[in-house]
Write a protein that binds this ligand. Structure first.
Ligand SMILES: NC(=O)C1=CN([C@@H]2O[C@H](COP(=O)(O)OP(=O)(O)OC[C@H]3O[C@@H](n4cnc5c(N)ncnc54)[C@H](O)[C@@H]3O)[C@@H](O)[C@H]2O)C=CC1
Ligand SMILES: NCC(=O)COP(=O)(O)O
Length: 335
């Protein structure tokens, strides 16, 4: 398999450290080869392990056994862990741009993105809600067709709206959006996870899924028509379910993924259960893209305390998705 490319994320965050620690765990975790993209100084100065500079993704596999291969992108003036600056944001963006380019060109098997600070990226003019939409557009996929999924051991969630103010959510939800997210989720579960006939659940928007319209009408006016029409097309789907009761252990056995109305409705159960195990994967792209579920953790950056578990899970999931896409290329996935 070709190596995976891993963008460093914000160099003042824990990205370089968890990539380095994932490299240290490569044999025990049986990870396929990868290389990092970022300012090489952020790896040399803020992680104790061996680093080797590469000029081409082709060199990664042969160097991977002995040192973490790093494709250097940009000299940040100074990197102080825990103290992000705009130069670091430029570095993070360049790493993301380059890693996405490698994935699009087929010189790497897939892309794993390190954690970025959205506030820092917005400050340098990054005009995307997050890396999900940036990567999608670079791949020629409309933002609305890229689906953010966070996947833990026995729970996968899709926020149908992502990084928008909570006050805007109700106005963004409509039948077309919900149908589009359901389709993309079903197809992604088939292509990337090998689940041919995925079982989907949709969370309601209002308390108690609206209590028959008494606590809000979105379920009746938007969710039910969307779900009924897509169920008619053969999708295995239940909902709208009360969001407060659909995530306990027995309830989670009833679906392969839960589609939620907004970011925190999806991510609170997922991160509460599986903060260190879960992975962020973008469905609907021509390339594989995964990421740890957590952020830059500026508060612990440079202290050696960051756990690499979610990064390791993201590397493993990217490798599995590559294999699943090959296996399911010819299979009948939902259209
Ligand atoms: N994939 C990405 O690029 C993501 C980026 N972010 C960004 O991260 C920044 C910080 O966000 P926060 O809400 O503070 O979330 P965070 O995930 O960075 O930190 C939340 C808590 O978890 C701890 N933590 C995070 N990762 C850890 C690790 N690997 N090992 C041990 N402890 C860890 C932190 O120390 C902190 O106590 C924001 O600017 C946000 O935009 C947030 C989520 C995902
Ligand atoms: N909360 C999830 C998150 O922030 C990941 O966003 P993205 O940068 O991967 O789009």
């Amino acid at each position: 398999m070709l190596p995976l490319a891993i963008s460093s994320g914000d160099p003042a965050g824990v990205g370089p450290e968890i990539i380095g620690k994932a490299w240290e765990a490569r044999k025990k975790q049986k990870l396929s080869s990868f290389f990092a993209i970022g300012d090489i100084a952020s790896f040399e100065h803020h992680w104790d392990g061996p680093v080797v500079r590469i000029d081409n993704p082709d060199q990664a596999a042969e160097r991977f056994d002995d040192a973490l291969p790093v494709f250097h992108v940009h000299d940040c003036a100074s990197i102080v862990p825990g103290h992000p600056d705009l130069d670091g944001a430029h570095c993070a963006l360049q790493a993301l741009e380059l890693a996405t380019g490698f994935a699009r060109s087929g010189t790497v098997a897939g892309l794993v993105t390190g954690p970025v600070s959205k506030a820092q990226l917005y400050a340098i003019g990054f005009n995307y809600p997050g890396q999900t939409e940036f990567v999608a557009e670079r791949c020629g996929v409309e933002r609305r067709n890229a689906v953010m999924m966070l996947a833990g051991p026995d729970l996968r969630v899709v926020p149908m709206t992502t990084h928008i103010p909570l006050a805007s959510v109700a106005s963004q939800l409509d039948v077309r959006l919900i149908r589009r997210r359901i389709r993309a989720t079903a197809k992604g579960l088939c292509r990337d996870f090998g689940i041919k006939n995925p079982r989907l659940a949709i969370a309601g928007f209002n308390p108690h899924a609206g209590e028959s319209g008494n606590l809000g009408r979105e379920e009746i006016d938007i969710f039910m028509p969307a779900i009924a029409s897509i169920a008619d097309e053969g999708f295995d789907i239940i909902g709208p379910l009360p969001a407060d009761t659909m995530f306990h252990a027995e309830a989670r056995q009833n679906f392969d993924a839960a589609l939620c109305a907004y970011h925190d409705q999806a991510l609170i159960p997922l991160k509460t259960l599986y903060f260190h195990e879960a992975v962020n994967i973008t469905l609907g792209l021509p390339i594989i893209r995964t990421s740890p579920d957590h952020g830059t953790a500026f508060g612990i950056a440079g202290k050696g305390e960051a756990r690499p578990d979610s990064m390791i899970a993201a590397i493993r999931m990217a490798g599995e998705a590559v294999a699943n896409r090959k296996a399911f290329a010819a299979a009948a996935c939902p259209a």
